[in-house]
Design a protein around this ligand. Structure first.
Ligand code: SF4
Length: 78
């Protein structure tokens, strides 16, 4: 099973919970917003997307749940 993180950077308020919980995936950039490392921007939605495996699924779900602006989603890839 494959999963995907979908990150709406426009809504990020720089609270940094993502980086604190998962520094391998998330980093606060100099503009104060989080970067999802190695993510690719979807040209249609503007969201940043990154495929992850089962091993990262629960961890990234907890990251999404801790983001105060709700701008991180983790979804199943078809
Ligand atoms: S937890 Fe959410 S709002 Fe905070 S820096 Fe990360 S993505 Fe942005």
């Amino acid at each position: 099973m494959k999963y995907r993180i979908v990150y709406n950077k426009k809504e990020c308020i720089g609270a940094a919970e993502c980086e604190a919980l998962s520094p391998d995936f998330w980093k606060i950039a100099s503009n104060g917003k989080a970067d999802l490392k190695s993510a690719v921007q979807n040209p249609k939605t503007g969201n940043f997307e990154l495929e992850i495996d089962e091993a990262q699924f629960k961890k990234q779900q907890s990251v999404a749940g801790s983001c105060p602006s709700g701008c991180i989603k983790v979804e199943k890839v078809q």
